[in-house]
Write a new protein. Structure first.
Length: 175
């Protein structure tokens, strides 16, 4: 085995990314505190051709030094916008026909491995690092999905969670 260099990976460039067919998933960041987490979400969204990211509330927006550190340029490739109110952002997505999925621990949540993708485009709501997805936003969701966990901790970092969810949805869309 030989480790590949970047030139060996044959990745698309930003212009090719912009015109590439995206998977019909939008990520909504609900008051995410860490700009490093935001940057990581951008980078993962680039890797899996996510449609767009909506940054809400106190979530940092590009250009930002901390976002840039983790995003490695993906803020230039992934479509994004800022909406002050997460509620307004989600209500607009509902009007546009999106199926709204909160990623949170709630009563009667669906485990990620049991989640079946709907025909509609999907908006994934990722919450604040301390308080998670706000209850007001949970109330707007069509479904809430939870990643099964088996250790002593009750949550995962938002960047890790987003990566797991995106990978699982990408896999389901491409099999």
């Amino acid at each position: 085995m030989k480790k590949l260099k970047n030139k060996d990976l044959q990745r698309i460039n930003i212009e090719e990314f912009k015109i590439a067919k995206k998977i019909p998933i939008t990520i909504v960041l609900d008051n995410v505190r860490s700009a490093l987490n935001v940057g990581s979400v951008f980078r993962t969204s680039d890797a899996f051709l996510i449609e767009k990211i909506i940054l809400c509330g106190i979530t940092a927006i590009p250009p930002n030094k901390e976002i840039r550190k983790a995003a490695l340029g993906s803020t230039d490739s992934v479509n994004w916008k800022y909406v002050k109110s997460t509620t307004e952002a989600v209500q607009q997505l509902i009007k546009e026909g999106y199926y709204i999925v909160g990623i949170e621990q709630v009563e009667n949540s669906t485990l990620l491995n049991e989640f079946e993708l709907p025909k509609n485009p999907v908006a994934i709501i990722m919450g604040n690092e301390v308080n998670g997805v706000d209850q007001q936003i949970i109330n707007l969701c069509n479904q809430v999905v939870e990643i099964p966990q088996f250790g002593t901790k009750h949550s995962l970092n938002i960047a890790v969670t987003t990566g797991i969810v995106i990978w699982d949805l990408w896999r389901k869309l491409n099999t």
